[in-house]
Design a protein. Structure first.
Length: 390
């Protein structure tokens, strides 16, 4: 989201960030970017006045749940605004993989065609354009769900040049231990840590008795804290203020994610910090294309452990993996690769919005029916809340 904000700023847009979330001490200081922040309410008519007065040219929804809540209001009170859905990742895909994992079953279409898929793909059709972060998810939407090309747009991580940062990173000799990172609110991260604890770490520790594994992540739950084991070098660290600086101190990042979707922030952060990875197939999905990975990819526990030990002990292999990561940043996620094309896409859509919408009858149909159902559900909740207050 911050990369998208930065992109729109570079295009010359004036940005208003509207959110129902309450600010905390870890909230990003958007005011430092000269961005207006507005608190909005769910199921409240005040948003109608807000969006009419603001009269934006573009409305960007952060994930499909936000589009469900506010899309009908934007369509009604600001119909000429270009509506863009930022999927972040395909939630229905992550939920499907999680269900198969928890049920210990092979992944199949029966998991994929779930309630989240119906909601998320309906949101994609109702929007004028949906941003898809992963090539794998672009292919899934086109091939499995037959979503038209003109409704989805591949826009991955948008990274700035890394050359200056590379010069300041610690080298092989000045790094120690293993690391993994990810918010504990996100189930793939929690189960990844459990897998490390129960299976992988003791095998790595047996070969590298002096090594430790440090686990970072926000929203540290009690069940996560209970995994901490000082004697085994399995150290739960919790929240870190500076992800790149933190990762830069470690020799190898471990990311055995058992399920998930989209591009993995922990992998791109490890690449930016020059920290080679050993990762699962899910963790690597959509990241590397024809580029070599910044380490090794394996779902086999014995091979995973072998590669982790190799990266930790073999300097030349480690350096090659690190350089592979920098090449990935340059060739797949450099902002300059996408900046002009995305700006052109926005311009073309804005100029031909009516014609674009005419080609999307399914979206118009869903907008019509959803607008009515969501609208009256929201109004019912609004009246209910007023009654409770009285």
């Amino acid at each position: 989201m911050l990369q998208l904000i930065d992109t729109f700023v570079s295009y010359g847009y004036q940005i208003t960030f509207a959110t129902t979330a309450q600010k905390t001490k870890t909230s990003y200081p958007l005011a430092d970017l000269a961005i207006d922040e507005v608190q909005i309410e769910l199921n409240h008519a005040s948003f109608n006045d807000f969006i009419q007065k603001l009269h934006p040219d573009i409305v960007l929804f952060d994930r499909f749940m936000t589009e469900e809540q506010f899309g009908w209001r934007v369509a009604k009170y600001c119909p000429k605004a270009l509506r863009i859905l930022d999927t972040e990742d395909l939630h229905f895909l992550r939920k499907a993989r999680e269900k198969a994992f928890l049920e210990k079953q092979a992944f199949a279409d029966t998991y994929l065609f779930n309630e989240y898929a119906k909601r998320e793909i309906a949101s994609i059709y109702r929007s004028d354009l949906s941003l898809i972060i992963s090539e794998a998810e672009m292919a899934l939407l086109k091939e499995k769900f037959k979503v038209p090309d003109n409704l989805i747009y591949y826009l991955p991580f948008l990274e700035n040049p890394v050359e200056e940062n590379i010069k300041t990173l610690p080298d092989f000799e000045n790094r120690n231990h293993f690391v993994t990172i990810g918010t504990f609110l996100h189930n793939p991260n929690y189960y990844s840590v459990v897998y490390l604890k129960n299976t992988l770490w003791k095998l790595i520790k047996a070969q590298l008795p002096k090594a430790q594994l440090h686990i970072y992540g926000a929203h540290l739950s009690q069940k996560a804290k209970d995994l901490h084991h000082e004697k085994d070098g399995f150290i739960i660290k919790g929240f870190t203020d500076d992800v790149i600086e933190t990762l830069s101190a470690y020799k190898v990042c471990l990311a055995p994610l058992p399920f998930g979707a989209g591009l993995k922030g922990k992998i791109i952060d490890a690449i930016k910090s020059g920290t080679p990875c050993v990762m699962s197939e899910i963790a690597a999905e959509g990241m590397f294309g024809f580029c070599k990975p910044n380490g090794f990819i394996s779902d086999n526990p014995e091979e995973f452990v072998k590669k982790a030990v190799t990266l930790y002990t073999e300097k030349e292999i480690w350096k090659t993996a690190q350089e592979n990561g920098f090449q990935v940043l340059r060739n797949r996620f450099s902002r300059k690769l996408f900046n002009n094309a995305f700006r052109k896409k926005l311009s073309e859509l804005s100029k031909n919005l009516d014609a674009h919408r005419m080609q999307n009858f399914t979206g118009n149909m869903l907008q019509y029916h959803t607008l009515q159902s969501t609208k009256f559900m929201s109004k019912w909740i609004e009246l209910k809340n007023k009654s409770i207050i009285k």
